[in-house]
Structures are given as C-alpha cells and as structure tokens.
Design a protein around this ligand. Structure first.
Ligand SMILES: [Zn+2]
Length: 406
C-alpha cells in the first residue's frame, strides 16, 4: 500500500508538476493579494467566506445578518428577476460583505453556483438589487512527457486533480494500450489544454490535442480528428490515420461453423421446447481453444447448470462477451486478457447437445446479436479526410517527437 502511494505521488508530479506549483502559489498569496474579488475591495468590508450548509436557504443565511423575516421576503421579491434564491444548493460557496462600522450591517451577498458564475445581491440601497456575472475563461496549452519513472497505471486510475485527463487518455487508448503493461523507461508525451478562470484559477482539462505512449517497443500515437464537422464527433487516430479502436474478432474460435443463431424463439435441442437463444453457437471439436474476441478484464468465471463452465469478459464500459459450455476454463476472474488470447477450451458442459461454444454479447448491459451489431465505428481515414487529417496531425507529431529533447 505504501509503495502504491509513493508511485501515485511520483507520477502525479510527472503529469502535472507545473500545475501543482501554481496551485500552491495561489493558496499562499491569497490573503495578501486577493483584495479585490467579484468587483469589491475587501478592505472596505468585513468579509466572511462560507459554504451553504444542509438545510440552509438564502433566507436562513441572510436572516442571521440583521435582517428580519419580513425583510427577507421583500428582498427575494425585489431580486427574483435576476436571481432565483431557490437555486441555492448545498455545499456551494458564498461570501458575505458587511459594513466595517459599528453596525456591521449586511451589504452584499455573493453566491457561486460553479467556478465560473457568481450572483451578487446588493443590499446597500433601500431596494435590493441582484446581477449575475461570468468570469472570463482562458486556455493554456501544456506539453508534458519524457520517460516513465514507474508504471502509469496507478496515476490513471487515481481519483485526483488529473482524473479528467487520465480518464480521457485511458479512453482514447483503451483499445490499443494496456496501461498496466507500460513500464519504467517507456517514453510518453501529452499535449493538452487547461482552463483557467480569470487567467489564474485552474478549472480542469479542456482537451487532449495529441499523445503518444511507447508500448511494447512501439510508439502509439493518438490525434483527435473531426471527420464530419456537422456531427461534431471527435475520434482519435494514429499517425497514419488508422483508428485507435480495435474491432472485435468475428468469431471466438478459428475454424468453426455456426449451428445456431441469436433468436428470440428456437426449439431447444436438449430441453425440447421453444425458447429464446440469446447467443451464437459455434460447433468445434472438444478441446478447441476459445479466444476472447476483444481485450478486457475477466468479469466472471464459473459453472451453472445451463451455461456449464463459462467465462465473461468486460471490454469497456459498453461491451461484454460471454463464452459457454467450456470443457476447461483457462483464466481467473480479474485477469486482463488481450484480443485473441485463449480463455478456455470447447466442451459440452451444461445444457449442450454436443461440443460447441455459445457466444453471447452484451451492449450497455443488454444481450444483443453479435452478428448484427454495428461494432465501434472507428474506421480508418481515407481520401480527403485522410489528407486533411495528415495536414493537421503533422505539426502536432513534430511537437510530440521533440518532447524527448526537452
Ligand atoms: Zn448457445
């Protein structure tokens, strides 16, 4: 456990050394330099920063500030067109500015529903007024990379500042790289943009512009490309315009014939009654290797009276496949498997009239016909698309390739 923790720290400093520094800097300088915020000079007020507690409302917050119940109602009515006080939510930050004189009167209430937006309710005049402001967002481009000092997997699985970037990277490369297999000494490079509010407050990763990982001695690139500007859909391609998405193998066994297709109604050969068959049967001699049709993690292994010995593999958040009636299971639950890897042997355990594998396919938790499925649409680029892509990609690739020299 201790070891894992150290790795996480080290990797986060690899991925985001600049940002960590920035954040620290902001924290330290906050009390000294942040005299003007939301357009108010804090020197002129008694300032309280707080967050909305459970059960708090606009009324309960300002009522404690020399404002009576009736007055609250009047204020709510006065500002309702600019600020609906019912939109105040638990755990969101607010700021209260009170007069610096003896009366210590409530002057301004500022509510921040998100990092970008804030509402100001000004009580200084006889009639309260309210307005909404949105802070300006700027983008900063960042290039990081070099040589991995440890495996990247812990970083990518970690739930921290960089979680958004990590999850984007794993998603983009999920069909082509097993992040658990990246090792010390492998090179990587990332170009991405980050959002900053008011030019200084970090607000997350905007987009991943280019990336590469050295994987099994090969460099795997990823560049985003919008094939159809109308759809706005962005897919990632390698430096030759090939899709990074891996299609499923057509069949779980090499030389086989289909003996039964996916149907909602078939006459069961063993049970001798009509029922749904939510899979495709491939007959093959007992002992024939069964391959997982795509990479993933073994989600389930076991035996049931109907399925016999079976294995279920989860490929990503969308797809899972299952293989039934095995004579032998060759993987364990939790094990990572790569496309084409043998996970078991053909048999006739469970409800089976002869040796075959029943291949089942899940999409978003629903069993579907693998033979009729439009599998991941990541087609490689051709023609004009490819030319356009290569033009966009080349300068980015040059930047990535120069990272080693940083
Ligand atoms: Zn079947």
């Amino acid at each position: 456990m201790k070891k894992a923790f150290v790795i996480i720290i080290v990797l986060f400093s690899i991925v985001s050394c600049n940002k960590t520094e920035e954040k620290v800097e902001i924290k330290i300088s906050k009390p000294k330099t942040k005299k003007v915020e939301f357009g108010f000079n804090y020197n002129d007020f008694n300032v309280v920063h707080d967050t909305v507690k459970k059960g708090d409302s606009f009324g309960s917050i300002i009522q404690g500030q020399n404002i009576g119940k009736k007055q609250v109602y009047t204020i709510v009515e006065q500002v309702k067109d600019s600020f609906n006080v019912r939109t105040i939510r638990y755990n969101k930050p607010y700021t209260i500015l009170r007069s610096k004189n003896k009366t210590n009167k409530l002057q301004v209430f500022i509510y921040q529903p998100d990092a970008l937006t804030y509402y100001v309710v000004d009580f200084r005049d006889s009639v309260a007024t309210a307005y909404k402001k949105v802070k300006p967002v700027t983008f900063k481009r960042k290039i990081i990379g070099g040589v991995l000092k440890s495996s990247l997997s812990e970083t990518l699985g970690n739930n921290s500042v960089e979680a958004a970037l990590a999850s984007r990277i794993t998603k983009v490369f999920s069909w082509s790289i097993d992040f658990f297999k990246l090792k010390k000494g492998d090179r990587y490079g990332l170009i991405f943009t980050e959002r900053f509010i008011n030019g200084k407050t970090y607000d997350g990763v905007e987009d991943l512009q280019a990336a590469f990982f050295e994987y099994k001695g090969k460099i795997v690139y990823a560049f985003p490309f919008e094939k159809d500007s109308l759809s706005g859909k962005i897919e990632y391609y390698d430096d030759e315009g090939k899709t990074l998405k891996n299609f499923f193998l057509k069949t779980p066994i090499k030389f086989s014939r289909i003996t039964s297709r996916f149907t909602m109604n078939r006459f069961h050969p063993v049970q001798h009654r009509w029922k749904a068959h939510k899979g495709t049967d491939y007959a093959a001699p007992r002992g024939t290797p069964i391959s997982t049709t795509a990479s993933g993690v073994v989600e389930q292994t076991g035996y049931t009276a109907g399925n016999g010995n079976f294995v279920k593999v989860k490929h990503n958040g969308t797809y899972s496949t299952q293989y039934l009636h095995m004579s032998k299971i060759l993987v364990r639950r939790g094990q990572r498997v790569t496309q084409g890897q043998t996970i078991g042997l053909v048999g006739s355990t469970g409800l089976a009239s002869g040796p075959h594998v029943c291949y089942r396919f899940w999409k978003n938790g629903i069993q579907v016909d693998a033979l009729r499925l439009n599998l991941p649409t990541g087609e490689s680029l051709t023609g004009n698309d490819k030319t356009r892509f290569l033009n966009q990609m080349e300068p980015l690739k040059r930047e990535l390739d120069s990272i080693g020299n940083l």
